[in-house]
Design a binder for this molecule. Structure first.
Ligand SMILES: Nc1nc2c(c(=O)[nH]1)N[C@H]1C(S)=C(S)[C@@H](COP(=O)(O)O)O[C@H]1N2
Ligand SMILES: [Mo]
Length: 165
């Protein structure tokens, strides 16, 4: 169905590549229905990031996950300890693929982020067009805006509703 893949790579025993069909085959306990229940501004359903990472057999020394959106060259690196229990990979709305204007084909939705640039697990880390998750020892690439000005400029480029973020 889908022409995209989400790769899990870096410090893992088993690099993996997921498309729509592979994500659909994940067990019920990995599934998350309707992220708007905990993030009212976000939509869609998906799977727990933790469940997907576990399948790749992470190196015990890996301590960061870097979330790569190669499409627009946006990258976020977060300590695994902070990310644990927080990340949902959203890729569908009902039976349909998550559209690009919602950050599809795959978007990370953090269950409980802090406001933009107020911490490592912030709203800015809800990576759209997610193409790769790379596990590393130490922090990886992070292109999140660091100032209000940079942040406003980034939002001005985004499709979809204006966001004061
Ligand atoms: N690929 C990608 N993901 C991204 C961004 C981006 O520029 N590119 N911006 C981030 C920032 S700074 C914020 S605050 C949120 C905004 O999400 P929204 O547009 O759905 O509100 O997306 C994040 N995810
Ligand atoms: Mo942001």
């Amino acid at each position: 169905m889908a022409s995209w893949t989400l790769k899990i790579e870096g410090s893992v025993g088993r690099p993996l590549s997921f498309g729509w069909d592979e994500l659909e085959q994940l067990p019920a306990q990995a599934r998350v229905e309707d992220v708007s229940r905990f993030q009212p501004a976000r939509v869609g359903s998906g799977v727990e990031l933790d469940a997907v990472l576990a399948l790749a057999d992470p190196d015990p020394a890996a301590d960061h996950a870097t979330l790569h959106a190669d499409r627009d060259n946006f990258h976020v690196s977060i300590p695994l300890a902070l990310l644990k229990g927080q990340g949902v990979l959203v890729y569908r709305i009902g039976a349909d693929p998550l559209p690009e204007e919602k950050g599809g084909p795959v978007r990370l939705v953090i269950r409980d982020p802090s406001a933009c640039h107020t911490g490592e697990l912030d709203d800015c880390a809800n990576v759209k067009y997610l193409s790769r998750v790379e596990l590393t020892q130490g922090r990886g690439r992070d292109t999140r805006p660091t100032s209000e000005l940079e942040h406003a400029a980034l939002h001005a480029q985004q499709p979809g509703p204006a966001n004061a973020g």
